[in-house]
Write a protein that binds this ligand. Structure first.
Ligand SMILES: [Fe+2]
Length: 195
């Protein structure tokens, strides 16, 4: 039913080859299917101001997602290039499973996918990414909390786990050099937003 992409170099986990098929882009939403071969990774990225429905259609997928710690504790760390985030999802999902929903500030707005088995994921994003409207996609790298300790301030109380049991990490912006994505044309039936 679905054509899956091929990994060009499966020996490097960060060499990600994925295919995406954009079904529909409207001013208020975008529908995409991602096809991931085994071990392909969609690096940690955000969805600023967006709500995202992700439905795993086939396959098995490890999802790790984060939300920002808000309000951010008063920090006295050596670098302002990192921001504190809490991990809200860290697990393997196998189809059929529930649809995951991300909200602008909750539910794991920043997430990373790794295909345990070949996957197809239907993503519905609302509103879509838009550089002009300040909704560009930013990629992040997670740094363990213990690798970037704070010296003093309110965050002295933090031990790497928040009061709700979420593990804390520092996120820093990055550019995923090994990311490969190929778009393929949607060949299914027409999709219309007409009533
Ligand atoms: Fe995403």
């Amino acid at each position: 039913m679905l054509a899956l992409g091929q990994t060009k170099n499966s020996s490097r986990l960060e060499m990600t080859t994925k295919e995406s098929r954009s079904l529909k882009t409207l001013h208020y939403m975008n529908m995409i299917i991602f096809f991931l071969p085994r071990n392909a990774i969609i690096p940690l990225h955000d969805h600023p101001g967006m709500t995202v429905f992700s439905k795993l259609l086939i396959g098995s997928l490890h999802i790790r997602s984060y939300d920002w710690v808000d309000p951010e504790p008063a920090l006295s760390c050596s670098s302002s290039s990192v921001r504190l985030a809490k991990r809200v999802v860290n697990g393997v999902f196998t189809a059929p499973c529930d649809t995951s929903v991300l909200y602008p500030t909750t539910g794991g707005n920043m997430h990373r996918f790794r295909a345990i088995a070949p996957c197809a994921i239907l993503d519905i994003l609302g509103p879509p990414y838009s550089t002009e409207d300040g909704r560009d996609c930013t990629y992040y790298r997670a740094i363990p909390y213990s690798r970037h300790p704070v010296k003093n301030g309110a965050a002295d109380q933090l031990t790497g786990v928040d009061e709700e049991g979420h593990r804390l990490s520092w996120l820093t912006e990055t550019i995923p050099r090994m990311l490969r994505m190929r778009q393929i044309r949607y060949g299914g039936p027409p999709i219309s937003d007409d009533e």
